[in-house]
Ligand binder design. Sequence first.
Ligand SMILES: [Zn+2]
Length: 187
Amino acid sequence: MIPQSFIQDLLNRVDIVDVVGKYVQLKKGGANFMGLCPFHNEKSPSFTVSPTKQFYHCFGCGAHGSAIGFLMEYSGQSYPEAVRELAQSVGMSVPEERDRLPPGQRAEQQARSVALSDAMTRATDFYRRQLRGAPQAIQYLKGRGLTGEIAAQFGLGYAPMTGRVSKPCSAVTAMTRSRPRWSKRAC
Ligand SMILES: [Zn+2]
């Protein structure tokens, strides 16, 4: 995520006339600049760029937007790519939201994602073990044309209907509570 305050600073620093002017030949006409619209085919200019409002507008096809929108539409860039290119052109560097996290919080986030994937692995192992011990489920899968290799490849498992395994894995239980501390107990 790019902070919105940075986008505002960037748009204040950039002049849309320069940005569009790199790709479209613009001529001053009154308060605005005019040119042939790059987004539709035309012989007389209906594409305008407003230096005061810092946006472009085409009276022919309705294309409209800021300097960021222009780059995205003109060169097919994604939003972050367009922001980065514009920032570079005025010597600014794009801060990422995650860079602003204090180190402690970042470590916690990392620990959380490790705990989550650990919980998922445990859950997968658990249900795969259940499948191995359930001949009727294996029979069902074979009936649907699935081999043991396919089941292994896609990590297929089986959830028995007995209440005995209603709490199959403490790690998974902990995961759903979205607490900062994670249960590390095995299933
Ligand atoms: Zn147009």
